[in-house]
Design a protein around this ligand. Structure first.
Ligand SMILES: C[S@@+](CC[C@H](N)C(=O)[O-])C[C@H]1O[C@@H](n2cnc3c(N)ncnc32)[C@H](O)[C@@H]1O
Length: 641
């Protein structure tokens, strides 16, 4: 632990003590309990200082790969947390740590979470399922309804504090004989039956007594029969461990044999595996993630441990790009796209204890913009008539319906939210997407907040009002557009108490015609203008042209320009970098670039077992037209230096 951090902790504890002294004794007592808990965690060195949520938590990787991730992979969630104080100030690392520690110790995450979701519009968590908002009810009916909602809200909160059941699925690629024998073993020897809403009989949810701890006791004589069954099945590749709600988006996509699929935010890869199973041997799955370390973990999970046969694996291409700028492959778009975007992850509270303590609404507000951009790119990369699933594991409408609303709005008629297919998991309890929700941030004391308490600040007056009130990161697309019909009720919300699952959100979007950009006034969070890119415009890998080659003139390449032209494929990722796609493909493996294939023939994806679609090797120096090499080792390997 370094001195800075120690100082930050001491400072945080002192400021917290001062705050506790200011509050009444009751509040102080409550906060003391959570402070003790936080201190225990701190001593254990566990998740002491807030890191990314489970969805974004870095996989275990060696030190080198971690360093590499920090250098190369921006983490949207971590960034959102960093900037999540209501004033939008950029904090130093020790200020941030102190802030987080104080926040966690005082239990503010839970307080804000409850206040936010309790105060949300009808149906976001509790209440009407029909988007009617309870108009026209008598006083008595309203009172009864409020009581019912109170009970419902308590059910929701109570459910969040219970552990998530272990779930798994039988792989859909197995022969019916193997499937039959597995289901027979499960029902006869273990008395475990498929979930009632899966007529295919492939999804299983273990009873509560089989928790994570009991399942992880492996191989000893106390190993439970389910644990042994799982261990064998996972090893042989007949089973896949996956949270049940996480299976929904790919099932709803109804991937058919021969489909080309893009998984834009793929790591750790559980949904990529479902896509691969569905697309079969005639299909193609491109799995992408922005983090080299997470791409590596995805590779290990799928290529190393999934047990999927080589014929299936050869249909997989792994990429490592910012999904919002993913290059368009030559020869048209994908049949199916999945954008399982980075999110605040509060739907995973049952399995990730680190989420609630640092929860605040500004995290979601901060992620909305990148979620829109990734999903918008997904829509651009979709074939006409193709379907994209947009999914998150959060209850927050800011990351759910508000994103879908912005995509449909941008599409200007080209994009349509479609219904969940009737024949997929019939009987599954789904709640309708919301057409109304409330926008909030949180205030941490000071001028805007006389009580000096951290609390939710609602912005019901809309975007302009919120901007005037100093809401950090306010963009128009956070608010519902009450006067327009965007088909949001067709989105699906999954709440934990309904089926003993995690929380989840799925929207299916069909592309009916080409999408060409959007009006500036309501951009989803990035600078206006970035959404003006036409489909695939400037983002296709092409062999390097003379003009681009000229821009790279300062570099002392060891091969002549004809050879360079053959080897280098280029796409402009942003104004300051050039993504080169050598004719050889590379992947990130435990922090090292490893060559995995060579391009044959003319087109991108010509070799399907290529594991990487390109890599940024040149970056423009700030304020100059010169490029500098990002990865010298790679250029040397390629014979370019
Ligand atoms: C919810 S997780 C995906 C889970 C995965 N689909 C699965 O089911 O196993 C979100 C992922 O998005 C990645 N990510 C974050 N920002 C991204 C971006 N701009 N482009 C692509 N991936 C991104 C994170 O690294 C993280 O692995």
């Amino acid at each position: 632990m370094n001195d800075d951090f120690m100082a930050a902790m001491v400072g945080a504890a002192q400021s917290q003590d001062a705050k506790l002294a200011k509050k009444g004794p009751k509040k102080a007592k409550k906060s003391k309990r959570s402070r003790d808990k936080a201190e225990e965690e701190e001593k254990g060195g566990a998740k002491g200082v807030v890191e990314g949520a489970s969805v974004n938590a870095e996989p275990k990787a060696n030190k080198k790969s971690k360093k590499c991730q920090e250098k190369k992979g921006p983490n949207s969630l971590r960034n959102a947390i960093k900037n999540s104080n209501s004033k939008g100030e950029t904090l130093t690392s020790s200020q941030r740590k102190a802030n987080e520690l104080w926040f966690r110790k005082a239990n503010y995450g839970e307080i804000l979470f409850k206040a936010y979701y309790k105060g949300q519009s009808d149906g976001v968590i509790v209440g009407s399922r029909d988007n009617e908002g309870g108009q026209g009810l008598s006083k008595k009916e309203k009172k009864r309804r409020r009581k019912r909602e109170e009970v419902e809200f308590n059910d929701f909160i109570n459910c969040l504090s219970t552990p998530l059941p272990i779930t798994f699925r039988i792989r859909s690629t197995l022969s019916s004989a193997v499937m039959g024998s597995l289901t027979a073993t499960l029902s006869r020897s273990i008395n475990l039956h498929p979930v009632r809403y899966d007529p295919a009989g492939l999804i299983f949810q273990c009873p509560d007594e089989y928790n994570k701890a009991s399942i992880s006791k492996r191989g000893d004589k106390h190993e439970s029969p389910v644990a042994a069954f799982l261990r064998n099945g996972l090893g042989e590749g007949t089973l896949a461990r996956q949270e049940v709600v996480s299976m929904f988006p790919v099932l709803a996509l109804k991937v058919a044999s021969g489909d080309s699929c893009l998984d834009l935010c793929a790591s750790p890869g559980s949904k990529t595996m479902q896509l691969l199973e569905g697309a079969g041997e005639g299909g193609l799955v491109v799995a992408n993630d922005i983090h080299p370390g997470r791409v590596s973990a995805l590779h290990d999970a799928i290529v190393g441990r999934s047990g999927l046969p080589p014929t299936t694996l050869s249909r997989l291409v792994i990429g490592c790009h910012d999904g919002s700028k993913f290059p368009k492959p030559k020869g048209g778009g994908f049949d199916k796209v999945l954008t399982d975007v980075p999110c605040s992850g509060d739907g995973t509270i049952r399995k990730d204890g680190s989420i609630m303590p640092r929860w605040n609404p500004s995290i979601s507000n901060g992620l909305h913009g990148i979620q829109v951009e990734i999903a918008w790119r997904g829509l651009q990369l979709l074939k006409l008539g193709g379907v994209m699933a947009y999914s998150t594991c959060t209850f927050n409408p800011i990351e759910d319906e508000a994103v879908v609303q912005e995509l449909v709005r941008r599409g200007g008629g080209a994009i349509e939210v479609i219904d969940w297919p009737d024949d997929v998991l019939p009987g599954l309890k789904r709640r309708k997407g919301r057409v109304a929700w409330r926008v909030a941030d949180h205030v941490e004391g000071g001028e805007d907040n006389e009580d000096d308490e951290v609390k939710i600040r609602w912005h019901d007056g809309g975007f302009e009002d919120a901007k005037r009130a100093g809401m950090a990161g306010a963009v128009g697309s956070l608010w519902p557009k009450a006067n327009k019909n965007y088909g949001l009720e067709k989105c699906c919300r999954f709440l934990p108490q309904d089926q003993n699952t995690g929380g989840f959100f799925v929207a299916l979007l069909r592309k009916n015609s080409k999408v060409v950009g959007a009006g500036k006034e309501d951009s989803g969070g990035r600078e206006a203008g970035t959404d003006k890119v036409e489909e695939g415009g400037g983002k296709t890998f092409v062999p390097i042209d003379d003009r681009s080659l000229k821009r790279l003139e300062g570099i002392d390449w060891k091969v002549n320009s004809d050879e360079l032209r053959k080897r280098l494929w280029v796409t402009t990722q942003d104004k300051s970098s050039v993504m080169l796609c050598p004719r050889r493909f590379w992947e990130m493996y435990a922090g090292e670039m490893v060559k995995v294939g060579e391009l044959q023939g003319g087109g991108w994806g010509g070799l399907l077992n290529a594991q990487h679609a390109g890599v940024k090797v040149l970056e423009r120096k700030e304020g100059s037209l010169d490029y500098e090499i990002v990865d010298e080792g790679l250029c040397k390997e390629e014979g370019l230096l």
